[in-house]
Design a binder for this molecule. Structure first.
Ligand code: FEO
Length: 148
């Protein structure tokens, strides 16, 4: 189990999305530290924060795709929904006292890298074209979803 580094092949070229993906990577690394420290409370907190933040990211991303007219929005939403269900199952197992943290950490890393490189990369060009001149709009959407 290793610390996860951000690499340029994870960039979508959409700054607001890249920043959100980087924050998710930070959470994955926080989970790694909590596991290494054998701090069960911290592991639980990070899992909750990670699910909340990832859900907000997915909602933001789906609104961007919808506005850009991305044709595979529904398929992408299904992938997001399945992933959230999978992580929530891990959360339930953790709350039932099962030792799933390391497996969850591996799943998160593998899934995220694969999803960003393939599914997110697929919408990136269209969204870049659509929103490239409208960063003020993106900031408004960001504030609405993340409350800042
Ligand atoms: Fe950036 Fe589709 O998650």
């Amino acid at each position: 189990m290793a610390h996860m580094e951000w690499t340029s092949d994870l960039d979508t070229g959409i700054e607001v999305i890249d920043n959100q993906h980087k924050r998710i990577v930070d959470y994955i690394n926080e989970l790694h530290h909590a596991i290494e420290n054998s701090d069960r409370d911290e592991v639980g907190d990070v899992i909750n924060q990670l699910i909340d933040y990832t859900q907000s990211h997915f909602t933001f991303e789906e609104e961007m795709m919808e506005e850009a007219g991305y044709p595979f929005l529904r398929a992408h939403q299904r992938v997001h929904g399945l992933f959230i269900r999978r992580v929530e199952t891990f959360k339930e197992q953790f709350e039932n006292g099962e030792d799933i943290a390391r497996e969850l950490h591996t799943v998160l890393k593998t899934w995220l890298v694969n999803h960003i490189k393939h599914d997110d990369a697929d919408y990136a060009e269209l969204v870049r074209q659509h929103t490239g001149a409208d960063t003020a709009h993106n900031r408004g959407l960001f504030s609405k979803l993340f409350g800042r």
